[in-house]
Design a binder for this molecule. Structure first.
Ligand SMILES: [Zn+2]
Length: 246
């Protein structure tokens, strides 16, 4: 079994995008107890790797540095951060953000450099976090290039992986992302399956992993059933209900 887990902010605010430091420590400790390896995407996505988890953070909230990094470092665990590069040093109030979205302060470049030096791979989430479906091909490519260049110039590593802003994509956007990145993350709820395409990988949103009951063994039959039921409910509703802020 394999899974990619999505986080946004590690804090005690209790909001839709929050996962508490205590929950985060609890989850990581139970992964270790169950001997579930925490891997970077370059390893997790290999076909010969059969078991593991990847930790991903979207957007670039400052709590990834302040709260998540110490917990990751204590355990020597890697992670990926999908960064919206125009928001660095500012807030998540990008132009396409709904007015009711919670406001978070974002990482600055010095914090991103420390994260990069300590096992957090900085990957791409576009420059300005637009709904890519609204943009022509050239503007989408510019979003990718601008984000990649900013990250490479500050960390020395060009992004290899991508997360779709708000989880919004279509065939055209998948194709364009595939020209730039090894693999792209969605907000589709699910475990990794052999048949998944690299251009649209499902993830487990940590919103569904708040209860210790589900977290004790995320690969157990009961947690897989629970995630399957939640994914089916989301499909019935016909939209990813929390994707508008992601
Ligand atoms: Zn986002």
């Amino acid at each position: 079994m394999k899974a990619i887990i999505t986080f946004h902010s590690i804090d005690n605010d209790g909001g839709l995008l929050s996962y508490s430091p205590a929950q985060f420590s609890y989850l990581l400790d139970h992964l270790a107890d169950r001997k579930i390896p925490v891997l970077p995407l370059s390893q997790l996505l290999r076909s010969d790797i059969r078991r593991g988890v990847c930790l991903t953070f979207d957007d670039g909230m400052v709590s990834v540095f302040e709260k998540a990094l110490p917990i990751l470092r204590e355990r020597g665990m890697p992670a990926h951060l999908f960064l919206a590069s125009a928001a660095v040093g500012g807030s998540n109030q990008w132009a396409s953000q709904p007015g009711d979205a919670p406001v978070y302060p974002m990482l600055d470049w010095s914090q991103l450099e420390v994260l990069s030096d300590n096992g957090v791979l900085i990957d791409a989430h576009t420059h300005s976090h637009p709904d890519l479906r609204d943009l022509p091909d050239d503007a989408i490519r510019e979003e990718f290039q601008c984000c990649d260049e900013a990250i490479k110039s500050r960390t020395g590593r060009a992004p290899e992986y991508f997360a779709y802003p708000y989880g919004f994509f279509d065939h055209r956007i998948k194709r364009l992302a595939g020209e730039h990145y090894h693999a792209s993350m969605t907000t589709q709820l699910g475990y990794l399956q052999a048949e998944n395409r690299a251009s649209a990988l499902p993830r487990l949103d940590s919103y569904y992993l708040r209860s210790p009951f589900w977290v004790r063994d995320i690969f157990s039959d009961r947690t897989r059933s629970y995630i399957g039921a939640r994914a089916a409910m989301r499909a019935v509703r016909g939209k990813f209900w929390n994707s508008s802020h992601a």
